[in-house]
Write a protein that binds this ligand. Structure first.
Ligand SMILES: O=C(O)c1ccccc1NCC(=O)[C@H](O)[C@H](O)COP(=O)(O)O
Length: 214
């Protein structure tokens, strides 16, 4: 099971994430988010992310110029488009990207609608399934995962997000390859809890170890 933690804002959090075996870090460059970073802050954090972890930069409805600046200045492992960007928009950069799928948004309420949507993003490395919220992301809202059953999409291209925390991650461990969370390891919105990060990753590893033993 791979884990991405999103919305980190301190070098110390990145260092802890590395020690805990987190696979990917999400840096939020959406100014309206409580976890928003300026480009200068993001550059500082980017420099602290080792090659063993993926650096994912989150954007919401950016301009072409903004995307080109992010690519040039931050060289992320991939860009996570979390807004209403079209397939044509995301594909034009010929740069690795992840498409967030906001389940429950207009035209994303059935398996068939989601299937039609993901087909518009043929080169998306990953599809990150999150619950619809007017804030776009990081809202701690779960969605009914049954809607993903029957999707023609390999498990390796699927990331499950939305309201995941130490109390419910156990339900996901045996079923999915990659999960993402943000508010589930926070003290208050925008402030990560080092203790919650530790406890969360302990749960992930404990279950994985058990699986290996038995
Ligand atoms: O985290 C944000 O503030 C955010 C704002 C705007 C767009 C996306 C955002 N986060 C994207 C993520 O990948 C979050 O981890 C994802 O939405 C899950 O968040 P949560 O439900 O809080 O675990």
């Amino acid at each position: 099971m791979k884990v991405k933690i999103c919305g980190l804002r301190q070098v110390q959090e990145i260092q802890l994430a590395e020690q805990l075996g987190v696979d990917a870090i999400g840096l939020v460059l959406y100014p309206k988010s409580k976890r928003a970073l300026t480009l200068a802050q993001a550059k500082r954090l980017r420099a602290a992310i080792p090659d063993t972890m993926q650096c994912i930069v989150l954007l919401v409805n950016p301009s072409v110029e903004e995307v080109n600046i992010v690519i040039a200045e931050l060289k992320p492992s991939a860009i996570q488009f979390h807004g209403d960007e079209t397939g044509e928009f995301c594909e034009q950069f010929q740069y690795p990207y992840w498409r967030a799928v906001r389940v429950g948004a207009e035209n994303l309420t059935t398996t068939e609608e989601i299937q039609a949507y993901i087909q518009q993003y043929p080169h998306s490395e990953q599809f990150l399934f999150d619950a619809y919220s007017s804030e776009y992301g990081g809202a701690g809202i779960r969605f009914n995962l049954d809607i993903l059953k029957g999707l023609d999409l390999p498990l390796e291209r699927m990331i499950i997000a939305g309201g995941i925390h130490e109390g419910n991650v156990g339900e996901l461990l045996d079923h999915y390859a990659f999960i993402d969370l943000s508010s589930g390891v926070e003290e208050i919105p925008g402030v990560k809890s080092l203790e919650k990060m530790e406890r969360f990753m302990q749960k992930v590893h404990k279950k994985s170890t058990k699986k290996n033993i038995y």
